[in-house]
Design a protein around this ligand. Structure first.
Ligand SMILES: *[C@@H]1O[C@H](CO)[C@@H](O)[C@H](O)[C@H]1NC(C)=O
Ligand SMILES: *[C@@H]1O[C@H](CO)[C@@H](O)[C@H](O)[C@H]1NC(C)=O
Ligand SMILES: *[C@@H]1O[C@H](CO)[C@@H](O)[C@H](O)[C@H]1NC(C)=O
Length: 338
């Protein structure tokens, strides 16, 4: 009798430990979350800029001044940086003066003294990535909130920031003369698998009215770099499965809006923070709504019922406006509630 009880106990302990091992594995790896309050009426407004850090050159300062003005007009809650924060090769370390010369001393307007939720671009990966992610630079300028992949929960909207550089084959297989800082990323397959799984489960859990994914690289683009086929293959299906509303990126140095023809996803490129004017134009099979091959930035205003996007040039002139009304909320018609 005693033996059989202890056998049962042993079996239970064994089963429990197996369960524990499984539960503490990649399945419960979670992306860092940041809570971002909305305005008192439940709305949000923000600016998006990408591909900027050039010590003020290539009209970076001009764009920054206009961001300050529009930021004040819209009483923005935060700024999104779509990456390529420091040219040409990221930061050399936590003491690289480019951090102040390209960021702190450029985006000086009071309205821009808000959190800057920031992803890394491929040029950032050519420097010391850990420096951009460090507390050391945040002590210099606490606005700079750069992580590889993370989530900003802003009540009506969830923003999913995704580290897209490791997805792109050529940076691994054909880096040309560049060194990429893959510390904490390699082995690539595990990293991408983890990230995709984490993104998938975070999107599945999200009950926000608006789901917005932000990454450096394009999904769809008619400019210089064009589509990023690795993202179309491995990330886009996850976005489609969870009814993501908007994918926001940089990488191509332009402003563009493309509507997916086979899903509700809208693609917005805001990569005009400094050097632009590349002249390339290659139409693709999705629906191009707007394209400007020059410098500028984007604003986004969100309420529980409406999203409004505006593109501005380096003089702060409105180039394009686009809005979307949400008639029924996803929450009411979520299959799980039926
Ligand atoms: C700065 O912006 C002006 C006006 O858009 C443009 O003509 C000029 O080429 C830009 N300069 C640089 C260096 O990009
Ligand atoms: C950065 O500068 C600080 C202060 O001068 C110094 O203590 C630190 O060692 C430097 N860090 C690196 C990585 O050079
Ligand atoms: C993948 O996730 C597991 C579990 O959270 C973690 O231990 C591991 O370091 C992750 N691997 C990469 C490459 O991020």
């Amino acid at each position: 009798m005693v033996t059989s009880i202890s056998d049962t106990t042993m079996a239970l302990v064994l089963i429990l430990s197996i369960l524990l091992v499984f539960c503490s594995g990649p399945a419960i790896a979670e992306l860092t979350r940041i809570d971002q309050p909305t305005k008192s009426d439940g709305s949000l407004s923000l600016l998006v800029v990408g591909d900027w850090g050039r010590r003020g050159n290539y009209n970076q300062s001009l764009v920054a001044t206009q961001m300050g003005r529009i930021g004040e007009e819209l009483d923005i809650d935060f700024v999104i940086s779509t990456g390529d924060n420091f040219y040409e090769n990221g930061l050399t370390g936590v003491n690289d003066t480019a951090f102040e010369e390209s960021f702190s001393n450029i985006y000086t307007a009071k309205s821009l003294h808000k959190p800057w939720y920031t992803v890394l671009g491929n040029h950032d990966y050519r420097g010391d990535v850990l420096a951009q992610l460090s507390d050391a630079v945040r002590r210099i300028d606490p606005r700079f909130t750069c992580m590889r992949s993370f989530i900003v929960n802003a009540e009506i909207a969830d923003f999913f920031f995704v580290d897209t550089t490791p997805f792109v084959n050529k940076y691994w297989t054909d880096p040309e003369d560049h060194h990429y800082d893959w510390r904490e990323v390699s082995p690539r397959e595990t990293y991408i698998e983890n990230l995709s799984k984490d993104l998938d489960s975070a999107l599945k859990e999200s009950v926000a009215t608006w789901k917005i994914v932000v990454g450096h690289h394009t999904m769809r683009s008619v400019s210089e770099h064009g589509d990023t086929k690795e993202l179309l293959k491995s990330l886009l299906p996850i976005l489609k499965a969870h009814e993501v509303d908007f994918y926001v990126n940089g990488h191509d140095h332009c402003l563009q809006h493309i509507s997916s023809i086979d899903s509700p996803i809208q693609y917005f490129t805001s990569g005009g923070g400094s050097k632009a004017w590349r002249g390339a134009f290659r139409p693709n099979s999705d629906m191009l709504q707007f394209f400007y091959d020059g410098q500028g930035f984007m604003s986004l205003r969100l309420s529980p019922l409406e999203a409004n996007f505006v593109f501005y040039d380096a003089f702060g002139r409105v180039l394009y406006e686009w809005g979307l009304a949400k008639v029924v909320t996803r929450k009411l018609f979520h299959p799980a509630a039926m």
